[in-house]
Design a protein around this ligand. Sequence first.
Ligand SMILES: CC(C)(COP(=O)(O)OP(=O)(O)OC[C@H]1O[C@@H](n2cnc3c(N)ncnc32)[C@H](O)[C@@H]1OP(=O)(O)O)[C@@H](O)C(=O)NCCC(=O)NCCS
Length: 239
Amino acid sequence: MQLSENQPAGIEISLWQYSMNERDRNRWVQSLSPDERDRAATYRFDRDRASFIAGRYLLRRLLSGYVATAPSKVVLVADEHGKLSLEGRDRPQFSLSNADGLVAVAVASGCERIGIDCERADTEIEEVTLDAYCSVDERRWLDELPAHERARAAVELWTLKESHLKAIGVGLRENPRNVTFSWEDSLPVAAHDGKRDRRWFHRLIESGSQHVVALAVCSRSGLPGIHTRLFQDDSMPSE
Ligand SMILES: CC(C)(COP(=O)(O)OP(=O)(O)OC[C@H]1O[C@@H](n2cnc3c(N)ncnc32)[C@H](O)[C@@H]1OP(=O)(O)O)[C@@H](O)C(=O)NCCC(=O)NCCS
């Protein structure tokens, strides 16, 4: 199916709990570019290699619908900070994240910037790390939460910050403390360098109990509709 670049604004989030089956992975790797295969070979840990291959496989599968070509023919380019785009096109906007068993990809038409991040919900964040990435107000908010909510809330806060920094394309080159969150009607609201920009929207995406997924969107025309789906790999095993 070819998807038009001019279709109405919308955000498609695909979440994939990929298998660790080597046969599946050997099939996915066939969709990757020679550069991606070289990079996959450099990972020291099998888990990290699997995560990278699954991420690029899903990304290529999704983008191939926009450029009407086979996943292996999609040409991805990375800028000097590592942010990917489709060669020669600034649309659709997309973002990719991996976290130990889960790949999350957001693809958007009709918005200026998008960033997605996922982390394991049980990630343990040390106090010294919290001090490094939280503002005083964020720290106070975390400290006032019931003990059983605090650890997950700290991961959510981190994931929201990283999604924003990925959307603007700098990643962790910028101090996550420069992006601060407060809550309005239970929704996260960001300020960057102390300023709120009303073109930005942030959401935590329902993704089950094991992972936290956060989305950052910059859109002049309001937050486009968000559609989340669980990706199922329907490609045929090779004999
Ligand atoms: C971008 C960054 C925040 C991703 O963090 P992460 O939690 O390790 O990885 P995620 O799975 O969430 O995201 C990985 C994807 O982010 C994307 N990405 C990489 N750099 C990016 C950037 N500057 N902006 C937006 N997206 C970026 C890529 O698509 C990458 O996918 P790939 O691994 O298949 O290439 C982090 O790698 C970063 O800040 N890199 C730049 C600075 C740096 O290298 N610092 C060293 C560590 S402090």
